[in-house]
Ligand binder design. Structure first.
Ligand code: ATP
Ligand code: MG
Length: 560
């Protein structure tokens, strides 16, 4: 490819609203362009990288016996009503009605369509196991887009679905896809940690995420420094330690407290004691309108994923001032016990503190020496808070959790029968009995993966593509092209590489300065730079330099 003909030039100005360096670089280097928030075009360079990642993914899955197909991007509403997700996933679904009045949506994922497909074709245990895959667009009307391709609204995803007779088969299929994923991440030049994760609206029992460790990113992972236990913060468990086991349990009392003391920070200011001393209540409302009070220690944060699971809700939102008014209270005055018609859920950590302050805030009083189990107790106590740096590991003795930031590149779920039961995807077992298919689903964000590769492989000058996914292998940089002899040699080298089936981008621009060309070579991140100019032609050699090497070396090409 000749640079002079390439569509999508490099640009100097840094695009606005780009928090991640990879987003800046991919835009500046002319790999992607934003059409609207969360909608991107892949320009020729970007499309080359995307296509290579796409092929690697398909190749590695094929090695595990996965079959490729393509399902429609648009899905009819009736399938989503059957599975129950037409309502459940409403906040991210792009629903529309066709001119003939049919309710449709842009697929955010394809469990419904694949389950429908399989129930039409699978009859007996002899048709199983099966792993079907597609690399297809998805649309999710994400509230918050982030990092360009990292969290977009439309994105390209590899999504595979396994169908098995029983749990044992499902586990085997799961392992096969995980093996393929590990091979994929290795081939595209990134390291991805496999961590335990929350299954969210996808359903099912067990799920693993693949996290690229990027330093920056939306996901927080807790990793044990001793046994290697790894989990997303959405799921990570930890050991709660007793805070003041030697303190004597004191008598409950109501104490005077200035009216301004409402929040945890106010408590610290007023009582000058550590944050774990105070009781904290956070109020939510679920999709059915139920009010949920999460009760926890002042030093902890509610983990909404855990809380959703504990109360078996689809989603939670913070209670409004109106909701609090209906309960007869207001913000900062919520009690840890006594509100009627609400669901109280207490964190397990409440048992670890003796003599709490708080829990019954009134205008000028509050309670003190409050002890869980003696002064208040919940029907529901659960793990509803975030694990954090330094917490004890649940999987080993003495291990401490550390926090790392990353970006999720893949997710694998053991769904079990949760779609096959509701959508009646069944097979006849060897005894002629109808059974539900055991399913798994597996996704890698292909477009996200391109951004993650860029985020990990870069320096101050630009991108550094691993050879396996680089848009071109060589960047042939022509200097002094107004000199006829040099120009003809540069053309010869270009032709030579083409004849050898090498992928080469030939910077043949006559108007661009050497500085511009060298800068672009670095920005684009093509693995090998070849320079042909007066200096090279004089010695009948070209200069070859790897993108990360400090200096180049002169190499002979027989053709010169
Ligand atoms: P996340 O937790 O990042 O929102 P998810 O768990 O909802 O993602 P899955 O439904 O498991 O994602 O999708 C499989 C993969 O698709 C993810 O691992 C991720 O790589 C990619 N992906 C998900 N949402 C987006 C998005 N909005 N933009 C780009 N890629 C995405
Ligand atoms: Mg996730």
């Amino acid at each position: 490819m000749r640079y002079s003909k390439l569509f999508g030039r490099t640009r100097k100005e840094v695009p606005r609203d780009t928090k991640l360096k990879s987003h800046q670089l991919l835009t500046q280097a002319g790999f992607i362009n934003q059409t609207a928030a969360g909608l991107y075009s892949f320009l020729p360079l970007g499309f080359k990288v995307l296509s290579k990642v796409d092929i690697i993914i398909k190749e590695e899955l094929s090695k595990e016996g996965v079959q490729h197909l393509l399902m429609p991007y648009v899905s009819p509403a009736n399938l989503w009503k059957e599975s129950g997700r037409w309502q459940k996933m409403d906040d991210i679904l792009a629903k529309f009605t066709s001119k003939r009045g049919q309710d449709l949506l842009l697929s955010p994922t394809h469990e419904e369509i694949v389950t429908d497909l399989v129930r039409k074709y699978v009859y007996s245990y002899k048709d199983l196991p099966l792993i079907l895959n597609q690399n297809q667009f998805k649309f999710r009307d994400e509230i918050r887009v982030f990092g360009g391709l990292i969290r977009s609204r439309e994105f390209l995803m590899q999504d595979a679905y396994s169908m098995d007779k029983d749990k044992k088969g499902m586990d085997k299929s799961f392992d096969a896809v995980v093996r393929a994923y590990q091979a994929i991440f290795k081939r595209v030049g990134i390291e991805a940690l496999e961590v335990e994760a929350d299954s969210g609206t996808m359903g099912g029992s067990d799920s693993h995420e693949f996290m690229a460790i990027t330093g920056e990113g939306e996901d927080v992972i807790l990793e044990c420094d001793k046994c290697g236990y790894k989990a997303n913060i959405e799921k990570a468990e930890f050991v709660r330690e007793k805070k003041n086991p030697k303190e004597k349990i004191k008598q409950f009392k109501i104490i005077d407290q200035p009216e301004w003391v409402c929040t945890n920070e106010d408590n610290v200011k007023h009582y000058k004691k550590p944050t774990w001393r105070y009781l904290k209540n956070v109020v939510y409302k679920d999709e059915k309108g139920r009010i949920i009070i999460a009760s926890l220690r002042g030093d902890q944060e509610v983990n909404e994923f855990k809380l959703v699971r504990a109360v078996k809700a689809d989603f939670l939102e913070p209670a409004t001032d109106e909701d609090l008014e209906k309960m007869g209270t207001k913000s900062g005055w919520v009690h840890s016990w006594g509100h009627k018609g609400v669901i109280y859920v207490g964190d397990l950590g409440l048992k670890m503190v003796r003599n709490f302050i708080g829990g019954k805030k009134e205008k000028t009083t509050d309670s003190s020496n409050v002890n869980y189990g003696r002064d208040f107790k919940y029907r529901k106590a659960a793990d509803i808070v975030n694990a954090k740096q330094g917490d004890g590991c649940v999987k080993c003795k003495g291990g401490k959790l550390k926090e790392v930031r990353g970006i999720e590149v893949g997710h694998a779920f053991k769904l079990g029968p949760c779609y096959s039961e509701s959508m009646k995807a069944e097979y006849l077992d060897s005894k002629g009995k109808l059974q539900s298919i055991q399913m798994g689903c597996y996704g890698v964000g292909i477009s996200r993966l391109v951004a993650v590769i860029a985020e990990i492989n870069r320096d101050k000058d630009g991108l550094i593509w691993p050879e396996t996914v680089a848009p071109y292998r060589y960047y042939l940089l022509g200097l002094d092209l107004d000199d006829k002899k040099v120009k003809s040699w540069a053309e010869k080298v270009y032709q030579y590489l083409l004849d050898k089936n090498e992928e080469v981008l030939f910077d043949d621009r006559e108007g661009a300065s050497p500085g511009e060309k060298f800068n672009d070579a670095d920005l684009l991140g093509i693995p090998w730079r070849l320079v042909v100019g007066k200096k090279a032609t004089a010695v009948k050699k070209v200069e070859l330099k790897g993108r990360q090497e400090k200096s180049g070396r002169m190499v002979e090409l027989k053709i010169l």
